[in-house]
Design a protein around this ligand. Structure first.
Ligand code: MG
Ligand code: MG
Length: 257
């Protein structure tokens, strides 16, 4: 069942998303070669709790951390750890905030130091595909229009779309209906209506689209161990507009390439 939000509820999600955007900015100050990914998790959790909010992921179905940190061939749901970022890595930082009863969710993939041009191109195409998906996330379109736009764009560049993991509705729960796949047919799927709040999150691979789950029960990596990129925003659909509630603005201000 899809929960359509009132304007007041969307406002609360927007406030949650504002804290999330700023938390991402704080994390971005520390993303560099030599940093342990567990340190980034600590920065995020302290920042979010200082706002009187709660990290959405911590404890979610037993997930141990505030961030999902997915390095190189890890697609999503990686654990922060004692691993130190090194030159040439890419790192996806996925974070959620729960505030005033509502969740927000967003992710960003960073290049660390000298990353091969082919991998930088994957990051840039994945980020572009997120915005192409958002362009289709308008009142009167269908969920399949979003995935179709993402898939068409990235496959034309020779990349592949992860199928097993998808975007989602969110609000009082971190994951609500509908599922928002990053592939699909134009004009298919649920209708986008006033009050829908969804997370759009392309997970795009350089090699095969196939994935494997590690024995920890969470970490998802590419089957061929080639890199994967992930960007995510939470958006709200209104009859006359679509609002991107989360932001990467603070990341882009603070991250030193
Ligand atoms: Mg999500
Ligand atoms: Mg996320």
């Amino acid at each position: 069942m899809i929960h359509y939000k009132t304007s007041e509820e969307v406002d609360k999600i927007k406030q949650s998303a504002d804290i999330l955007g700023r938390a991402h900015g704080e994390i971005a100050k520390h993303v560099r070669k030599g940093v342990k990914t567990s340190f980034l998790d600590k920065v995020a959790e302290e920042f979010i709790r200082d706002y009187g909010a709660v990290p959405s992921f911590k404890g979610y179905n037993g997930f141990p951390s505030s961030l999902c940190i997915s390095v190189n061939e890890v697609v999503v749901h990686g654990f922060p750890s004692e691993y130190e970022l090194k030159d040439g890595d890419i790192i996806s930082v996925d974070c959620g905030v729960f505030h005033q009863g509502f969740h927000s969710d967003s992710a960003y993939t960073y290049p660390i130091g000298e990353v091969p041009p082919s991998v930088l191109a994957l990051l840039s195409a994945t980020k572009d595909s997120l915005y192409l998906g958002i362009e289709q996330a308008v009142f009167g379109n269908r969920v399949g229009d979003i995935g179709h736009a993402i898939q068409k764009f990235v496959e034309a560049k020779g990349y592949t779309v992860v199928r097993e993991l998808v975007g989602h509705g969110l609000g009082r729960k971190l994951h609500e209906a509908p599922e928002v796949p990053n592939y699909g047919k134009k004009g298919s799927g649920p209708l986008l209506k006033q009050g829908m709040v969804i997370a759009i999150e392309p997970m795009i691979n350089l090699g095969t689209r196939n994935i494997v789950q590690e024995k920890d029960g969470w970490t998802i990596r590419t089957a061929d161990r080639k890199p994967s990129a992930h960007y995510e925003h939470t958006v709200a659909i209104f009859e006359d507009r679509t609002e991107v509630l989360t932001t990467h603005k603070y990341i882009e201000e603070n991250f030193k390439f």
